[in-house]
Design a protein around this ligand. Structure first.
Ligand code: ZN
Length: 259
């Protein structure tokens, strides 16, 4: 054990945790300062632990981390935003878990990404307070793809280069963007994308959330985008995500697709 541990104060979102040893917990965090990190919280499963309530998934928390030879250790924790609706409402839990899973799958322990931290933090806060969770999540998908280097090309046909006009188009997972109707019909493996759905994606790509909110997302278009983005993201990750089927199940039990 070194005589003095190097310490750092960080702001983080708790992504997930797992039990570790007798009373400890492993935590996966996304920090503003150093991106994704894995840390240990000692003794938090003991009944008297004061840190435990500050370290639940989705929580935004100020932490003191001590660095030794092994994983960093949480020495102080103070929740800034516990986002309790995300744990109490199953549909919101489904959406929030999906948001976390996407971030987790698209990132490695690769260092600071303040823009991504900001997007994650804002999206979870929106889910916790706003009444349109699907809208916040569709926006998140588009912005996340940008920030992790998979921004789809939505303004020019990927084959002929023509500017995309106001009509239904095709989307290519393989090439990462749209094909115009003339080129798309000849291209194997593309999926149709309607003009209203494409309009939302393009708007999300260019706009701040406050501007994007002026758009109306109908249930039909939301469903189309959920499917399209779901397939595209699974294609990019080369494996199926776990959370969408949970989300579909809890949403149908809640009796409505959006609320
Ligand atoms: Zn074309």
């Amino acid at each position: 054990m070194p005589a003095r541990l190097h310490s750092q104060r960080v702001e983080a979102i708790v992504l997930r945790h797992a039990d570790w040893g007798e009373a400890d917990r492993l935590l996966w965090l996304f920090t503003r300062q150093t991106g994704k990190v894995q840390v240990v919280a000692k003794g938090v499963r003991k009944a008297r632990s004061r840190k435990a309530g500050h370290l639940e998934p989705f929580t935004r928390v100020d932490l003191m981390l001590a660095y030794g030879r092994d994983l960093p250790i949480v020495t102080q924790a103070e929740a800034k935003d516990v986002l309790s609706n995300l744990r109490e409402n199953l549909v919101l839990l489904g959406y929030a878990s999906y948001v976390i899973e996407l971030l987790d799958r698209f990132t490695y322990e690769e260092g600071e990404n303040v823009a991504l931290y900001q997007l994650l933090s804002e999206t979870l806060a929106r889910l916790n307070t706003e009444t349109k969770p699907a809208f916040a999540v569709r926006y998140y998908e588009v912005r996340l793809l940008d920030l992790v280097g998979f921004r789809p090309q939505l303004f020019h046909c990927l084959n002929c280069g023509e500017e995309i006009r106001a009509e239904d188009q095709f989307f290519s997972f393989d090439r990462g963007g749209v094909f115009c109707p003339r080129c798309g019909v000849k291209e194997p493996g593309v999926r149709p994308v309607s003009m209203p759905a494409l309009k939302i994606l393009r708007h999300f790509q260019r706009s701040k959330y406050s501007e994007a909110q002026r758009l109306r997302l109908s249930d039909n278009v939301d469903q189309e985008l959920e499917n399209l983005m779901g397939y595209y993201i699974s294609y990019l990750l080369e494996r199926k995500l776990n959370t969408p089927s949970f989300l579909r199940r809890v949403r149908s039990n809640a009796g409505t697709g959006d609320f």
